[in-house]
Design a binder for this molecule. Structure first.
Ligand code: NAD
Length: 406
């Protein structure tokens, strides 16, 4: 069976790597630089090894392309393209539309089309199917299904194989073909009664995290105002064996999922006349954390940020990966610069970002830790400045006078 995977990023390439063992895979991506690299067997995604790609390429089971015509004889299509927000923070389905255009214009026989991109309930039924039909300009009866991706990049214990996978087809035949496909490389398949339930479940999972992160971020501010340690309090709450789940505070939420997916849920809720005030407020609390962090630093320094050299450690949105999407490091740096600080940053995984390059981990007046990769030592961070503000909570164990924590 030949499988076309539209989008060769975190999700699409990961699926390509897993399905290459069983199927002939064509990875379609409109970024020709990525395509060239992939065809040389070079992966740009943590968790997808060069050796895996090279094996599949040698065996004739993987190739990347930017040519729509190369997906024409596929039997199954997986869509894994970005679903970001527009500049006014509304769902942006333009990448989905472009993917549907590629599929519609090139596939002229009935196939199974599975969407793995995260979007609001109704996207498969009311947007993807009609858009593909519009571009295919014919009456081809494709099968349609959704299987929202749950991959957590950089994670060792859970992967495509052992993370339960939700799915639902628009028809029973679409569901059973979807089950057949994923059962080759996923241990646990969970079929739900409609695509809308699967789409909503994915959004709710990430909204659950967003709301709990906002709650702990708000609590960090309350704890500080009370003069108690947020971390010690959380550890104390966490001794309760039921009814509590520990989240930790941070400078904000990053990545594609947590800052974005809840807004998809809120948008569809409001369109249907259901208020999403709680979700909206959680988003605001998380977005406000970067300013809170800089306020705390400024207060510690008695308002003297102008001209101070500040080193921001870790600009990726989470440890041990190079992903900087929606990273809290961005607004923290912007607030620091607006208040006159001279900011550089160190991230030995990201290396270049926003037209700037990572500077060595040394010699600043102030160090602010946003993300701590395993490759960076606590001792080096502590030695980098006479004042360190740690938003990760990791350095609180350093038991060192110069370290302040959230
Ligand atoms: N990254 C994650 O951890 C994660 C987890 C679960 C779900 N998701 C969801 O999966 C979807 C994809 O996310 P991602 O992280 O893989 O994004 P990504 O940015 O890593 O990769 C997307 C790829 O799609 C390509 N692309 C964009 N438009 C295209 C088009 N029209 N045709 C072909 N290729 C196109 C881009 O060049 C890029 O290589 C999103 O909806 C995201 O919310 C992501």
């Amino acid at each position: 069976m030949k499988v076309a995977i539209i989008g060769q990023g975190y999700v699409g390439l990961t699926i390509s790597a897993f399905s290459g063992e069983y199927f002939e895979v064509v990875g379609f991506d409109n970024n020709s630089k990525i395509v060239d690299q992939l065809n040389k067997g070079i992966s740009h995604i943590e968790g997808v090894e060069n050796s895996t790609l090279q094996n599949w390429i040698k065996a004739g089971r993987y190739r990347a392309t930017s040519q729509g015509s190369e997906i024409a004889d596929s039997d199954l299509v997986v869509i894994a393209v970005p679903t970001p927000l527009t500049s006014d923070r509304k769902p942006d389905l333009s990448f989905i539309e472009a993917a549907c255009k590629t599929v519609g214009e090139n596939i002229k026989k009935p196939v199974l089309i599975i969407n793995e991109s995260t979007s609001f309930p109704g996207t498969l039924r009311n947007y993807i199917k009609p858009t593909i039909e519009k571009y295919s300009n014919s009456q081809i009866e494709h099968l349609y299904a959704i299987s929202p991706e749950r991959v957590d990049p950089g994670r060792g214990d859970y992967n495509q194989k052992n993370t339960p996978r939700l799915f639902a087809g628009l028809t029973p035949k679409a569901s059973s073909r979807t089950r057949e496909f994923y059962s080759k490389f996923c241990d646990h398949l969970v079929e739900v009664s409609s695509p809308e339930v699967a789409e909503a479940a994915k959004l709710f999972e990430n909204t659950f995290r967003q709301v709990n992160i906002a709650l702990v971020n708000e609590f960090a501010q309350i704890a500080h105002s009370l003069g108690i340690s947020v971390y010690e309090t959380l550890d104390a709450s966490n001794t309760k064996p039921y009814g509590f789940m520990k989240f930790t505070p941070s400078a904000g939420v990053g990545g594609h999922c947590i800052p974005v997916d809840p807004t998809y849920l809120a948008a569809v809720a409001e369109e249907n006349g259901a208020p999403a005030t709680f979700i909206r407020r959680a988003n605001e609390v998380n977005l406000e954390m970067s300013k809170y962090v800089v306020d705390r630093i400024e207060a510690d320094l008695e308002g003297k940020l102008v001209g101070k050299s500040v080193l921001v450690v870790g600009v990726a949105y989470k440890p041990n990966i190079a992903d900087v999407r929606e990273t809290a490091a961005g607004p923290v740096i912007d607030h620091l610069r607006k208040r006159g600080a001279v900011v550089s940053w160190h991230d030995d995984i990201v290396k270049t970002w926003r037209g700037e390059i990572s500077t060595p981990l040394s010699e600043a007046e102030i160090t602010v830790v946003i993300t701590k990769h395993d490759s960076v030592s606590e001792a080096d961070i502590v030695a980098s400045a006479p004042y360190v503000f740690d938003t990760t909570g990791i350095l609180r164990h350093a038991n060192c006078e110069i370290v302040r924590s959230l």
